[in-house]
Unconditional design. Sequence first.
Length: 154
Amino acid sequence: MRSKRTELFVGCFIVLGILAFVYLAVQVSGLAFSGKKDTYQVVARFDDIGGLTSRAKVTIAGVEVGNVESIAFDKELYMGLVTMNIDSNVANIPEDSSIAILTSGLLGEKYLGITIGAEDESLVDGSEIYDTQSALVLETLISQFLFKSDDSED
């Protein structure tokens, strides 16, 4: 009888450990168990998205206010079209705000940072942010540096 109780205790402990591991994996991956938030969509076009992915965070002053819904290629303008979900409690973002693809750390994840403008009109569902700054691609910066240093030697 004592060994069955021990086996039951060990079995419960293992199941709780597996559940804790699954919960941790879901939280780290960016998926959440929280309910769907009330959001509105905004789009922006970039020359180079440089590794930005769906579900990347959108921030204002370093505070997360939304996430990237989808990334598509605009065949007419030959640009990356990024659709974002912005929390509806942040409904006062001016129309002339700018957005940039930023990097968390030197080689970290990409995210979008909104810089607030001064316009009185605010972004609404379906609006577009026109003032965009593409991602800084490390390989491009290195190649520009190398080719500029070659030109200066001649």
